[in-house]
Ligand binder design. Structure first.
Ligand code: SF4
Length: 449
């Protein structure tokens, strides 16, 4: 049962020292109860009280890690129902389903898709995250062979799918060191599956069959057996029912702090839709609400790109502007005579300006200055894109080694700083560019003519 802020306060030191970042112990207790603070922030809580409060201070949705190393996939630990309330933390995972009855060519093709469907957007790599291997043959030996093939072919975290504990054990023997997710414990096999999860120290998916109440009871039985890392599947395979259950699970975890449903989820649009387009549409819905892992039948670029972009947009922090890296971007193979432009690292600004330069076909150097992701006018108004900061950036960014000339084009919206910038950049000729990016191609063509 979750403790109230007042209950927690009674166990705190009550010295109001403020070291936790809150002015009083009561304020800290309230935030802790709401899942908006970490118990570790108070250095004066005894181990005994820590143990008592661990339930209250645990995140309402448990963080589950699948796989190891660089590509380990983390899911859960979400704290809000809606992104604009704070942010979503751990992006949902895109997985591809590989059956152990598939031919070698089919398996190779899906692994190839998983490796190749990668895209860079706003300085982030967008791609799929997991491979789900399904024991469709019902043969433990065949399943183990398929798992080995996948393990040898790609270094993605793996989900082992079978109702048969013997098949899961065969897969786990191959992935002993790789921390796969095993799927799934149900009302008939949960004791054996929980035993395997404990023996191999891996997370366990729990699948319901009748209702969320039944799923919660099953989770309680499994946690009583000592399994902590759980992923939930309500068991429905119809869009409206799955979506309803995902919302209920998230609400129960966050609003009621109902621990048996306080885990991330897994969804299977690949089993719900009859064709690829519908499957992608269902996957988009589960990315938005509240799928933790979304299992797809294939990973063609047309499917991965829009889903990964949707995911990226939902899981970026709404309080942090999206930004690109501060550096010099060469566009259209520029040389030492090519024009030099400067603007801010707000991602929208970068994409619009770079697209217009590309369209112009004029070889150009685009210098992007870090102003914490603000647009040109906002950065200027905030004192971040002003002559005394632009000038040192131009001198240190390396553009002087790339071009023979000394002409630099600033955005038309900050024409008013051109005189002052000229004073700061005595070696350069400061030119004022267009106000709208759409007018850049004509401007650049004229300049390079
Ligand atoms: S650090 Fe601990 S003792 Fe100090 S105000 Fe915060 S909760 Fe109270």
């Amino acid at each position: 049962m979750a403790l109230s802020g007042l209950d927690i306060y009674k166990k705190l030191p009550k010295t109001n020292c403020g070291e936790c970042g809150f002015p009083t112990c009561l304020a800290f207790g309230m935030r802790l109860a709401a899942g908006q603070a970490q118990l570790d922030s108070c250095p004066y809580v005894s181990d005994e009280v820590k143990a008592e409060l661990s339930e209250a201070s645990a995140p309402p949705i448990r963080l589950v890690t699948i796989g190891k190393g660089d590509k380990a996939f983390k899911v859960g630990e979400e704290q809000v129902l809606f992104r604009h309330e704070k942010t979503f933390y751990n992006p949902c995972g895109l997985a591809v389903l590989i059956e152990d009855i598939s031919s070698d060519d089919e398996v190779s093709e899906k692994l190839k898709q998983a490796k190749e469907s990668q895209f860079e957007r706003v300085s982030q790599i967008l791609r799929a995250d997991l491979i789900a291997v399904k024991n469709s043959s019902n043969d433990a030996g065949k399943f183990a062979e398929a798992v080995k093939k996948v393990k040898d072919g790609i270094d993605f975290p793996i989900i082992l799918i079978s109702n048969n504990p013997d098949a899961i054990k065969a897969g786990l023997e191959i992935l002993k060191e790789d921390k796969p997710l095993i799927y799934a414990a149900n009302k008939d096999n949960f004791e054996a599956m929980a035993g395997l999860a404990k023996e191999y120290n891996v997370p366990l998916a729990v699948k319901g069959s009748e209702s969320l109440e039944e799923l919660a009871q099953l989770v309680e039985k499994i946690t009583a057996l000592g399994v902590k890392d759980i992923v939930l599947d309500s068991g429905t395979r119809a869009l409206n029912e799955t979506l309803r259950d995902l919302v209920y699970i998230r609400r129960a975890a966050l609003k009621q702090k109902f621990r048996p449903l306080g885990y991330p989820t897994i969804t299977f649009p690949c089993e719900e839709a009859d064709d690829d387009y519908l499957e992608a549409a269902f996957a988009g819905i589960y990315i938005m609400k509240y799928g933790g892992i979304v299992v797809l039948s294939s990973l063609e670029p047309w499917k991965v790109l829009p889903l990964a972009v949707l995911r990226q947009n939902i899981y970026t922090d709404p309080q942090q502007p999206m930004q690109v890296d501060e550096k010099i971007y060469p566009i259209n193979n520029p040389d030492e005579n090519s024009p030099v432009l400067i603007t801010t690292n707000f991602s929208l600004t970068y994409f619009i300006v770079s697209a217009e330069i590309e369209a112009s076909r004029v070889p150009t150097w685009l210098c992007i200055m870090n102003v914490e992701g603000l647009s040109v006018l906002t950065a200027w108004a905030a004192g971040k894109f002003v002559p005394e900061k632009i000038a040192p950036f131009v001198k240190k960014c390396g553009i002087e080694e790339k071009v023979k000339h000394r002409k630099i084009l600033i955005p038309g919206y900050i024409a008013q700083i051109s005189g002052e910038l000229q004073d700061e950049l005595a070696d350069w000729e400061v030119m004022v560019g267009t106000r709208e990016a759409a007018d850049l191609p004509a401007f650049l063509k004229k300049w390079s003519a």
